[in-house]
Design a protein around this ligand. Structure first.
Ligand SMILES: Nc1ncnc2c1ncn2[C@@H]1O[C@H](COP(=O)(O)OP(=O)(O)OP(=O)(O)O)[C@@H](O)[C@H]1O
Length: 277
């Protein structure tokens, strides 16, 4: 699905990942196109975070190859934004909200004379985008989990990355901010043709945006459009037990998962009419 002449944002060939005897997946061949919104789903421990870490080169593949933004994983270079899985900042972290966002900006992109002013303006714009202007000067450790998360998003998109890797970015956000952050990430891929790889337990908040999903379960996987993967047949086959998938008011509801994983918890707003590719 990558247009002719454009390198995929993510490219995996014959990729396998195991920890000791535990195989998370194997035989994964995958291209994620620039501008694609790609969700990674699966129950606890299925390997979603490890998938992102393999893309980043933090965790080495057991077999196969991975390229990110046209470079082998782990090779230095710009163009990659990462929202790590949430860990609260300690209360005495000596950073204000705006400092954290500023860390995402490579000031060298601007000329020496204009650098400082340009960086300041960019920080202000990012803080406004995630609705964090009011707490710009507050130390991050004193902010709520949701407020911290919005800053992480601002930091990750600060340099308009080609590939945005997001590890459960909606965790601890209320419904309004889940929608705001999802829209922000979607805007990033539309305006900058960024590929988004979005790890989540819950597809419904992003269902309007997602082009394809990678569903990991029990050492196996399926890749495809949500309507092709999130079905009774496919999930029952992946889990090896009967799982019922239905659509209720535009949401995907999954019943009968072998563990506590759920795929529903809130209403969706179908407000931008995007067609999946
Ligand atoms: N460095 C490591 N060494 C050994 N085992 C690991 C390592 N990293 C992850 N694992 C194991 O691999 C499995 C997948 O972990 P991972 O964090 O990728 O799952 P996940 O799908 O993101 O889970 P969750 O939904 O709970 O966040 C888990 O069983 C985990 O304990």
């Amino acid at each position: 699905m990558t247009p002719v002449g454009r390198a995929p944002a993510v490219r995996l060939r014959g990729a396998s990942l195991s920890f000791g005897p535990r195989r998370l997946w194997s035989g994964l061949d995958l291209d994620i196109a620039p501008g694609e919104f790609f969700a990674v789903l699966g129950p606890n421990g299925s390997g979603k975070t490890s998938f992102l870490k393999a893309l980043l080169g933090i965790v080495p593949l057991t077999e196969g190859t991975v390229e990110l933004a046209g470079r082998p994983a782990g090779r230095r270079g710009g163009g990659i934004g990462y929202i790590p899985q949430q860990r609260a900042f300690s209360p005495d972290t000596p950073l204000r909200a705006r400092d954290l966002v500023g860390l995402g900006i490579d000031g060298h992109r601007w000329g020496i004379r204009t650098r400082r002013r340009a960086v300041e303006a960019r920080i202000e714009a990012l803080l406004a985008t995630v609705g964090a202007t009011d707490y710009a000067k507050v130390p991050v450790g004193r902010l709520s989990g949701g407020e911290q998360q919005r800053l992480r998003v601002a930091q990750a998109i600060a340099d308009s990355p080609e590939v945005l890797l997001c590890d459960e970015p909606l965790l601890s956000l209320d419904l309004n901010h889940q929608q705001a952050v999802s829209r922000l990430i979607d805007a990033q891929r539309r305006e900058h043709d960024a590929a988004v790889v979005f790890v989540t337990h819950e597809i419904n908040p992003i269902l309007d945006y997602v082009d394809r999903v990678l569903y990991l379960a029990d050492g196996r996987f399926r890749v495809g459009r949500p309507e092709d993967v999130m079905t009774t047949e496919v999930l029952s086959d992946l889990y090896g037990s009967r799982v019922e998938v239905s659509r209720v008011n535009g949401r995907i509801v999954v019943v009968g998962l072998p563990d506590a994983t759920t795929h529903h918890h809130e209403p969706l707003h179908h407000d931008h009419g995007k067609e999946p590719v």
